[in-house]
Design a protein around this ligand. Structure first.
Ligand SMILES: [Zn+2]
Length: 61
């Protein structure tokens, strides 16, 4: 993920599980003149190829 302010590379500082299919990701800009800290989200949208083994329970990790 690039910093939306200065377009530099960022580091993932932390992730928060919101639901089994949604996470908040906290990024920190690596540019020392910027130091922007911001949050993005990662969400499961759909399967492209169905899994070989199917389970009824949601994936947790
Ligand atoms: Zn930045």
């Amino acid at each position: 993920m690039r910093c939306p302010n200065c377009n530099s590379n960022t580091l993932v500082q932390r992730t928060y599980v919101i639901t089994p299919y949604l996470r908040d990701i906290v990024h920190r800009c690596r540019n020392e003149d910027c130091c922007h800290i911001f949050v993005t989200q990662q969400e499961f949208i759909r399967s492209v190829v169905l899994p070989i083994t199917d389970t009824d329970s949601p994936v947790t990790a």
